[in-house]
Design a protein around this ligand. Sequence first.
Ligand SMILES: [Zn+2]
Length: 469
Amino acid sequence: MRTPLSIAFHGAARTVTGSRHLMTFGERRWLFDCGLYQGRRDEADQINRTFRFDPASLDTVIISHAHLDHVGNLPTLVNQGFRGPIHMTEATADLTRVMLEDSAFLMEKDLEHVNKHRRDRPVRKPLYTIEDVNLVLERLVSHPYHQPWSPFPGVSVVYHDAGHILGAALTTFEFESDGQSQRVLMGGDLGRPARPILRDPESPPGSEVLVLESTYGDRLHSDEKANEKELVAIVTRTVERGGRVIVPAFAVGRTQELVAVLHGLTERGLIPELPIFVDSPMARETTAIYKRHPECFDAETRQLLSQGEGAPFGFHRLQYIGSAGESRALNDRKEPCIIISASGMGEGGRVVHHLQHGLGNPRNTVMFVGFQGEGTLGRKLRDGQVDVNVFGEPVQVQAEIVGLDGFSAHADQAELLAWVTNLKPMPQVIHLVHGEIGPMEILAALLREKTGATVHIPTKGQEFELWTN
Ligand SMILES: [Zn+2]
């Protein structure tokens, strides 16, 4: 008799955050990704503390990549009794350390702030601490791309490059039972072809079952040229106004890519020479990790690095800001500049004080380069809200607010479809995760039409049998 094989979607089900997929093969149970749910404080806290299964009962955890919505809740899992190994690629292991340490630090800071300002409420405890993070780091086991490894008898796993952020993987599971085999491909987050620094997403051997993200299931990113033209126009008009460009950007991936593009544009004389500040200790650390993993770079980046000067990760007009004092001192600068600072959705991180200082000035520009989740300050600004709260204080938005979706690390609708239809064989069953319901439904209809697959949009906690034959 065939060993039962199933998956239950405990996170990133009809939402873009908190990826957690519980996979079961006979007696074995493991979690694929253990992401942090990011959203309104109280709701997020509740969701992140509550697993609908006993963490101690899991045999292992397998991770796709180091973004917080995929690894950020590992410390809670360990805190609640998980004691198995946590598998990931080599670069993901390096990045996970930085991501989790930073996450624990921000949680502590955020709570200090909340507890100070809301003395009427009971004192809150952080979701996890640096001690929990250290317990996670002891459990990491890393694997190179393309080399199969086996977490249990009857299961073989291979990582392929997802081209999304450094170390990000497409994860193929091959199950064997009773003389039959079945492949399940966990797409994680899918990157985009022809982007700076990283290699293009690979096309692993096709699988019967595919779990696919759908962040941009309803949208096309502007093409490279249009994106570049828009970026040039934004920087040029802000400099002409004598203002600064503030870019809330995730410290991992987006920051390195943006820096590489700005460097290229300045070298080609398309934007004026101006100081570029990367104000995020984590971005600095992340960049150092990028440099240690040339196995993830495309040919162009390897060539640039071999020419010296450190481009695209460091060059004379780029300055990494270290201390909080230096960060605040940026507020006193009068001349135009570009400040790239985390977090990407304006929730937490140093960018919040740059926004508090800069939003009220009509000469400035706030440029968003990534997806803005519902309920975040970034989404409110992108939606054109004029009165917002920053650090609990009202701010009237006078700065120009722009969004450049061309920097997204997620495949758009056409790129998702091209990648799926290129798989050989094409999947028979597709589960869409990591998206909002509107884009998911649009993508589901297109996938049904182009692949003939059965496409599901799982609800939270919904479980599916995975054998297709
Ligand atoms: Zn991601």
